[in-house]
Ligand binder design. Structure first.
Ligand SMILES: [Zn+2]
Length: 144
């Protein structure tokens, strides 16, 4: 029998928050990155949309390089979406946009741990702007 002050969900979120806080800023990790816009929508495991598309721009000076988005399932344990790797690959390739899909690997709820995965789907699009060393020509606008 384990004595826990927090639920597994709160424990996980706390650990992830600490990992994020401990990471360097995006500007520090990717020195040429001048701006990052993230657009995303959450979908159920069947691919049905759950909410409207969300879009926001982060300031690399303040945003952390552990770049994660919360799973919309309020019972989800050990999941969420970590876009850090996708972002690192996009910057390494000097691409101005990247889009993809991630499946939440957490558990559906505390009663289904080790049995049923959450598997919510995140579809995202990253739009990046680089500094003076950017290879892309200026004026290359992407339609939203
Ligand atoms: Zn989840």
């Amino acid at each position: 029998m384990r004595h826990q002050k927090f639920t597994p969900r709160a424990d996980y979120r706390l650990a992830e928050a600490q990992r994020t806080q401990a990471s360097v800023s995006l500007a520090e990790k990717f020195q040429e990155l001048k701006s990052l816009t993230v657009e995303f929508g959450h979908f159920s495991p069947e691919g049905v949309t759950r909410n409207s598309q969300i879009k926001y721009t982060v300031n690399p000076e303040f945003a952390k390089s552990v770049f994660r988005l919360d799973c919309p399932n309020s019972e989800c344990i050990g999941g969420d979406y970590d876009l850090s790797e996708a972002l690192a690959q996009t910057v390494a390739a000097r691409e101005s946009t990247a889009s993809g899909e991630m499946c939440c690997q957490g558990w559906l709820s505390k009663t289904t741990i080790d049995r049923v995965h959450c598997h919510n789907i995140l579809r995202y699009k990253l739009s990046l702007e680089y500094g003076v060393r950017a290879a892309k020509a200026p004026g290359e606008l992407q339609a939203a």
